[in-house]
Design a protein around this ligand. Sequence first.
Ligand SMILES: *Cc1c(COP(=O)(O)O)cnc(C)c1O
Length: 430
Amino acid sequence: MLKDFSVSRGYARTLDSQDSLGHFRKRFFLPENTIYLDGNSLGLLSEDAEGTLLRVLDEWKRLGIRGWLEGQRPWFFFGEQLGEMASALVGAKAGELVFSGTTTVNIHALISTFYQPSGKRSKILADELNFPSDLYALQGQIKMKGLDPDQELVLARSRDGRTLDEESIVEMMTDEVALVYLPSVLFASGQLLDMEYLTRAAHERGIPIGWDCSHSAGAVPHYFHKWGVDFATFCSYKYLNGGPGCAAFLYINKKHFDREPLMAGWFGFVKERQFDLSLQFEPAPHAGGWQISSLGVLGSSTMEGALQITLEAGIENIRQKSLMLTSYFMKLIDAGLRKAPYHFSYVNPAEAHRRGGHVALIHPSEALRINEALKARGIIPDFRPPDIIRIAPIALYNTFEELWELAKALQEIMDRQEFKRFEHSRKAIS
Ligand SMILES: *Cc1c(COP(=O)(O)O)cnc(C)c1O
């Protein structure tokens, strides 16, 4: 397969030697003897993130409660400050982004404000390919309004079970729809929806729209304010490398700063008066008002370092390299692994503007066991049922040569039928 120079190891090395982001790799802790391609599920620890974690741990040691105001980055303002730092990644204006909660908790906080069924306009329009947690949250929110999710949650359907057609989504934006809520990148197929187009289409029909950008933040630039996105949330432990269970981000467009946070909590209070401990909730007049609880400062302190490294690299550069990595891998598949006896292909859209940061590799019958065989060789992708092996080369720490190694491993696993050594059943996390 690998005779043509453009798919040779030598060419992969050439690409690596020309890579202007290549030097970031040495600032990450790469698991030993591993090719790590699962950064869209859990990004890796950087020295930078370790550094901010250790600093905050030391502040707790030395300062105790004084750390809330006297930490190098006072813990009391950490959520607002990290929101400000991350604004450049998603095109947020001052006060529109806060680091708080977790993705699903933020969805509840946001939907409780933005889903206001009234008269005929009572439905939430979502899609059947979103991550299940998002749909559970939407169902719960509909019930909290005393309504029936079977009636009020309408899901855009996928024709091929993999991707969504933006125009069909727009057709479903009827005058019965009170809110649209969609993912930026589909977690399985990696399709990137046209957020600008869908946001404009929703607004033309008088419908607010919110986005879950967990699968794009840190890999794809966004322009929330410019596009007029009403609200959004995204987790920090995938492409943003914040660490397992690290807090999430919450975005509210300025035009909605006067809306009421209904999942109210004391961390959403106007900061200057939070410690007056008034019994009357006075929400901060910006995204910070949607915070609920104290930030888990220790578990989230990694985010500062993780953000620094992303900002230093630049989100546009990250996107450019990410597209080169995924294009390169698709080329390797096309060049030698589509044909018999390999039968690999991918179901992410091939066009750059329609795909996120991963390749959704498929094998018609043996994806699960091939995934296990890769892991046994120290190559870590992940598996999503029924047949997708997600390959996420991360711009900050993966190389072209690693993708070449992966293609070679896939070829060998099939040539030697290595996958047959593995069970058909799945572990709790695969
Ligand atoms: C990763 C992800 C989540 C994760 O939710 P948590 O509340 O952070 O566990 C939710 N939704 C989407 C679309 C995701 O990609």
